[in-house]
Design a protein. Structure first.
Ligand SMILES: [Zn+2]
Length: 87
C-alpha cells in the first residue's frame, strides 16, 4: 500500500502519479532498459521519482547487467540483446 503523498514535479507544479515506468541507463555504448518499474511519474513529461528501495534495486541490477554485457562485448558475442524476466 502506498500511503505517502505524491511528490510534486518542480518544473510543472503538478502532483506526480504512482505508476510504472521504464528505467533506462546508458554507459560506454551499453544500454540497460528495465520496464515496469513502479515510481512517481510526472503526467506532463514522464519524469520519474523512484523510492530509495527501488533506487537500491536498480543500482544492483544495472551493475550486474553491465558486467554481463561487458563480458559479452569482450568475447565479441553475436548476441547483442537480452530480455530477462523474473516470475
Ligand atoms: Zn513535470
Amino acid at each position: 500500500m502506498i500511503t505517502k503523498t505524491a511528490p510534486t514535479c518542480g518544473e510543472h507544479q503538478k502532483p506526480k502519479e504512482w505508476r510504472t515506468t521504464t528505467f533506462e541507463y546508458s554507459d560506454e555504448g551499453i544500454t540497460i532498459r528495465i520496464p515496469n518499474v513502479p515510481a512517481w511519474v510526472c503526467p506532463d513529461d514522464d519524469e520519474a521519482s523512484f523510492t530509495p528501495d527501488t533506487v537500491d534495486e536498480l543500482i544492483a541490477t544495472v551493475s550486474e547487467l553491465i558486467e554481463t554485457a561487458k563480458r559479452a562485448r569482450q568475447r565479441r558475442s553475436v548476441l547483442t540483446e537480452y530480455i530477462v524476466a523474473v516470475g
